[in-house]
Design a protein around this ligand. Structure first.
Ligand code: T1G
Length: 690
């Protein structure tokens, strides 16, 4: 064994030289790893005993990409290009041995090896697009040469981690070796390659799959057309497509040059900066400063849910999906039957669950009309009506029924959890688990820490969130927590803007063009304008009253803020326009022309300002947590980094100046938060706020 450097060693096993990387957590291509690779391969080349070379990693995974923390820093150590050239032009066969995830630069290194073997649980991908980038180490030119143009387009624009079996089928991997026996399997394979004198296959020399696509520009046109909705607003997908076009229409070297140019443009742009920020923000959110990672975790092997409605059912599916039995309690048999049937239908409709999986998951579900059925649950989640009196009644009963040590959670979307906890003698066991609808799909989980919630309960729920595939953000108790509290600011201004002369479709268009999937008025037409509206009590006092009284209750009635055709396509409504105009005049105001800039600033700046208040009140641990909430729960476009990151990019002095201007014109709803004032004055950003 020869230590090449602090993260690399070289061994000769039989007639195979093995270069082993060990750079936790994910063997990212940091400078020491690049140096280790270059010198390790050189050592193997120089070792007369080595007839072939294996590159393998220790730890949880093969190389999971370039080291993102090095981006934007000075170039240190060997360049990745040089490392790859050394490998690709080696005069001995080089075999990549893959476990975990070969991603980004990691797969690009493997693509310069002459052969690739993997264990069945491994996955390969080029997920740079998720960082607003493209594979910048030859992946855009080599991948299409080995898997074909269509598959390369799919992999590079989705960032998908492709299972090893599929990689084998498409030629990306040459052989699967026994699970848990990667090293032996790879050394045996390398020995075979050398012994059989197999060619030093360079992916860059492959051309058949590229040739097949020459003269077929429709491949790219169709791919763009088929994915235009998914790629809307993002730059990186288009840049990835252009690189694959270059692979088809240019020489390998020219294609590499195109890749380098387009990579540089993306790297210098704000979208990638925002998406890289989001990558780390998501991982930061899992870290709770005063709850160490090794805080005790309460075992959760049985979950109880109260309420079999849309939320209760969706929440249940998360636990059933990972093998945890769930008992759902309802008041009436009919509601229980409806809830259980909806869960089964959701599985039957989902494209991912096979019939046998559906049965396995449904076998973990039981229903009851009796709360005492939850006595031995480790975690109980209440998802009943959003009324404090009902919540407190339920928690008082749970307190009497549930075993000691059980976690009592509420799915409230904004009620005071300290008050709910006060209905029990074990407030330390009470926590908020605020799921988003549909709860089995939406990634975000707002975990709400109440005054007495114990660190064990918090750590248990943060870890459990990861097990059910959620992105958890810990927030404090305040009306609407983080997400809805900030949403309230945008909603207020949207409603005020249409009372001043803007049309609902103007507001929606501006927010849609900013990157939100949908504007607030189209959203309320989708949800139904009559949620919480009572016909008997309606007096035409609000626009919504008037619309509902006219049976314009949204998409479901064919009209709401918008008019809808038979295919539910929305178009601006002259009826709504007239109603709005008459309403404004009736209130004595004069409708005025409102610019798109004003619409955007009045909708978004108060959100940033409210985020500042949330940070001041310590209802969020860090600014990036607020951004993670909005990107994963409220459709804030990830390439705009979230309200706090975006506020920093616009510049806090500008946000402050505008808030003050609006405050002077429209009152204290725009009163700047002291933190905004302070950071703007100190030339600091929210990211610097401590
Ligand atoms: N660089 C630096 N740190 C990384 C990293 C990376 N590429 N990947 C992960 N980490 C850190 C992460 O921040 C966390 O740190 C810890 O590792 C565990 O990660 C030239 C330009 C590999 C599937 O996009 O998708 O190559 O919080 O919590 O859930 O073309 O990490 O513990 O301090 O996510 O088990 C392309 C990114 C880079 C893959 C593991 N590669 N990583 O998931 O653990 S760009 C990627 C992941 C590139 C080239 C280009 C996942 C994972 P900490 P984790 P996990």
């Amino acid at each position: 064994m020869t230590a090449i450097n602090e993260v690399t060693r070289y061994d000769l096993e039989g007639d195979v030289g093995v270069v082993t990387l060990n750079s936790p957590p994910v063997n990212a291509l940091s400078a020491p790893v690049r140096d280790g690779l270059a010198n390790g391969v050189a050592a193997a080349m120089a070792d007369a005993g080595a007839k072939a070379i294996v590159i393998i990693c220790e730890g949880r995974t093969f190389i999971a990409g370039a080291d993102i923390t090095e981006f934007g820093g000075p170039q240190r150590g060997a360049s990745l290009y040089d490392v790859q050239t050394t490998i690709e032009n080696a005069k001995k066969p080089v075999i990549a041995a893959i476990h975990g995830t070969a991603l980004g630069g990691g797969l690009e290194v493997a693509l310069t090896c002459h052969y690739r073997v993997a264990v069945p649980s491994a996955r390969c991908g080029l997920p740079e697009v998720n960082l607003g980038l493209l594979p910048g180490a030859g992946g855009t030119q080599r991948l299409p040469r080995i898997v074909g143009v269509q598959k390369a387009l799919e992999m590079m624009t989705s960032g998908q981690h492709v299972p090893a079996k599929e990689c084998l089928a498409m030629g990306l991997v040459d052989e699967l070796v026994e699970e848990g026996k990667l090293r032996e399997g790879a050394v045996a394979y390398a020995h075979k390659v050398a012994a059989e004198g197999r060619p030093l296959k360079r992916v860059r020399d492959l051309s058949d799959k590229i040739e097949a696509a020459k003269g077929h520009p429709e491949i790219f046109a169709n791919f763009r057309a088929a994915n235009s909705r998914r790629f809307r607003g993002f730059l990186a997908p288009e840049y990835n497509i252009r690189c694959v076009e270059a692979a088809v229409n240019q020489s390998f070297e020219d294609g590499l040059a195109t890749e380098r140019k387009l990579f540089g443009e993306l790297m210098a742009g704000s979208q990638s900066a925002a998406q890289r920020y989001a990558f780390f923000a998501e991982r930061q959110a899992a870290k709770i400063p005063d709850v160490p990672d090794d805080t005790a975790v309460i075992p959760v092997n049985k979950v109880g849910i109260i309420g079999a409605g849309t939320m209760g059912g969706g929440i249940a599916m998360n636990f059933m999906n990972i093998g945890i039995p769930v008992t759902i309690v309802e008041m009436k048999q009919e509601a229980l039957d409806r809830g259980l049937a909806t869960i089964r239908r959701n599985y039957e409709r989902s494209r991912t669950a096979k019939p046998e999986e559906t049965e396995a998951r449904m076998s973990r579900l039981s229903g009851s009309l009796d709360l005492s059925a939850l006595a031995d649950c480790d975690l109980v989640i209440e998802a009943v009506f959003e009324r404090m009196d009902i919540k407190k009644e339920v928690f008082a009963k749970l307190d009497a029924i549930c075993k000691p040590g059980a976690i009592l959670a509420t799915n409230t979307s904004g009620l005071n959890i300290d008050e709910i906890a006060s209905a029990t003698k074990r407030p330390e066991a009470v926590i908020g688990l605020h799921f988003f609808s549909p709860a089995n799909v939406m990634k975000l989980l707002e975990i709400v820490r109440a005054d007495h919630t114990s660190k064990e309960v918090i750590n248990t729920c943060m870890k459990l969130a990861r097990r059910i595939g959620k992105i958890a953000v810990l927030v404090g108790v305040c009306p609407g927590f983080v997400g809805n509290r900030i949403l309230g600011q945008r909603q207020r201004e949207a409603n005020k803007l249409i009372m001043e002369g803007a049309m609902p479709w103007d507001v929606d268009r501006v927010l849609y063009d900013f990157g939100f999937p949908m504007g607030p008025f189209a959203m309320s037409d989708l949800a139904g304008l009559d949620i919480g509206w009572v016909k008997e009590r309606s007096k035409g006092e609000t626009i919504r009253d008037v619309l509902c009284e006219m049976d314009r209750r949204g998409q479901k009635s064919g009209a709401g803020w918008y008019d809808y055709d038979e295919n539910r396509n929305a178009k601006p409504s002259p009826v709504t326009e007239k109603i709005l105009h008459d309403f404004i005049v009736r209130t004595g105001a004069n409708p005025r022309k409102i610019s798109d800039d004003e619409i955007l600033e009045r909708c978004l700046y108060p959100m940033v300002n409210e985020g500042a208040k949330i940070l001041e009140e310590k209802k969020a641990i860090r600014a990036s947590d607020i951004d993670v909430v909005w990107e994963n729960g409220y459709g804030w476009p990830i390439y705009e980094g979230g309200p706090m990151w975006w506020g920093d990019r616009v510049g806090l002095p500008k946000v402050l100046e505008k808030m003050k201007q609006f405050q002077a014109q429209m009152g204290d709803a725009f009163k700047p938060a002291p933190l905004l004032e302070r950071l703007a004055a100190e030339g600091k950003r929210f990211q610097d706020a401590r």
